[in-house]
Design a protein around this ligand. Structure first.
Ligand code: GTP
Length: 373
């Protein structure tokens, strides 16, 4: 069984974190996101993986190489221009082997039972089986209506509240039969959601929905990125790469120097070689990437810091994402919901207001407000 993972998107909603880093390489609990997806596939004996790349392919290729070190075989196909979700699959068609295959959006973390879903796909003799996941507010999504046997009846985009008949949406995972390739135009932008699936329905093809009640989130926005890190740390979903929580709630990598006067209140992940100064306080759920340095009386709470972030004496970071190599100078405050790209410097004593997004390599003034880039 081959799997195609779609990792060509620009991740615009997750900017500025995706300016230098493709969404697939964004660290979740200190591991590139794609590593988590690969673990999930391996757990279902899927080891032959084609990556459909576009935006920033090199960091992905450099990290995973041929996949051997990660226990899989990887094939890379890079698009010159974005071909859309279905167009990207058509573009890798010569690497598929004429059998049933799996396609995954490359920004979804889930515990979807792929083995059971494949059995469902085969039992129904489906041409397409779409994984479905429930959402709280279906009026904001495209929902998928199914009949009693699971056959897809309709795709409804953002239904008004009085017309809501289901809360199930497309979860970005599909088992597909190779015949679908003859319905995808070659070399042009084409989407599953708005193109192929509605077309197949209109042709009467057997398109099925497979509802899953398990954990599901995409890391499309900073809020959801933070939520995934938090959910893993709090045990709302199991992450094999991180494993079970230690008794004290602290996942501690090698080479950390923690002052006896510092305090860590889990769940917290500290990457290799982190330094916590006297009276520094890390309050979980929080993740510090390798080589982060917190000075004296620093406070970091419910935040995700990428690698080599320096937080100087007395600074406070709450509920935010801070990119690689950023420096938060003495006595600064980064308020909740801020997103700081790589290499940002927050000047001494400044206040980064809630919801601010700072583009990479910016130096701030004393007060930084929402929307500044
Ligand atoms: P936004 O710009 O924030 O919408 O993000 P995105 O385009 O990266 O992600 P979106 O949620 O729109 O797409 C879902 C998945 O499909 C992501 O894993 C994307 O990387 C991938 N994807 C989207 N468009 C393309 C494409 O044209 N080619 C390939 N290969 N993958 C794509």
């Amino acid at each position: 069984m081959k799997a195609v993972i779609l990792v060509g998107g620009e991740g615009t909603r997750l900017r500025p974190m995706t300016i230098h880093t493709p969404k697939a390489m964004v660290p979740v609990v200190n591991r590139p996101f794609l590593e988590h997806m690969i673990e999930h596939l391996k757990a279902h004996q899927i080891r032959d993986i084609i990556l459909a790349l576009g935006y920033l392919p090199r960091p992905i290729q450099a990290h995973f190489n041929d996949g051997l070190a990660f226990g899989v075989k990887l094939t890379y196909i890079v698009e010159d221009t974005p071909l859309g979700t279905a167009g990207a699959v058509q573009n890798v068609a010569s690497h598929l082997d004429g059998e049933t295959f799996l396609v995954l959006n490359g920004d979804v973390f889930s515990d979807l039972d792929l083995t059971a879903m494949l059995a469902f796909h085969r039992e129904k003799k489906a041409m397409v089986t779409i994984a479905l996941t429930p959402v709280d507010d279906p009026t904001r999504y495209g929902v998928v209506e199914t009949g009693s046997e699971g056959r897809v009846l309709r795709f409804v985009e953002k239904p008004p509240r009085e017309e809501v008949t289901t809360n199930l949406i497309n979860a970005g995972a599909y088992f597909l039969e190779p015949q679908i390739l003859s319905h995808i135009p070659k070399g042009v932008f084409y989407m599953f959601e708005q193109g192929l699936f509605p077309l197949l329905l209109s042709l009467g093809a057997p398109v099925y929905g497979y509802p899953s009640q398990g954990y599901w989130i995409d890391i499309g926005t900073p809020e959801k990125y933070l939520a995934l890190n938090r959910d893993i740390l709090q045990g709302r979903t199991f992450c094999p790469a991180l494993g079970r929580s230690p008794l004290n709630g602290l996942w501690l990598a090698e080479g950390c120097e923690i002052s006896p006067l510092a305090r860590v209140s889990g769940p917290v992940v500290l990457g290799e070689g982190c330094v916590l100064g006297a009276e520094a306080y890390v309050r979980g759920p929080a993740v510090l990437g390798p080589g982060c340095r917190l000075g004296q009386q620093v406070m970091v709470e419910e935040a995700v810091l990428w690698r080599e972030v320096t937080v100087k004496d007395g600074a406070i970071i709450r509920g935010s994402i801070v990119g690689r190599g950023s420096i938060i100078e003495k006595g600064s405050l980064v308020e909740a919901g801020s997103v700081l790209g790589d290499g940002v410097t927050v000047e001494r004593g400044s206040r980064v207001e809630s919801g601010t997004r700072l583009w990479p390599e910016i130096w701030t003034g004393p007060k930084v407000s929402q929307g500044q880039d």
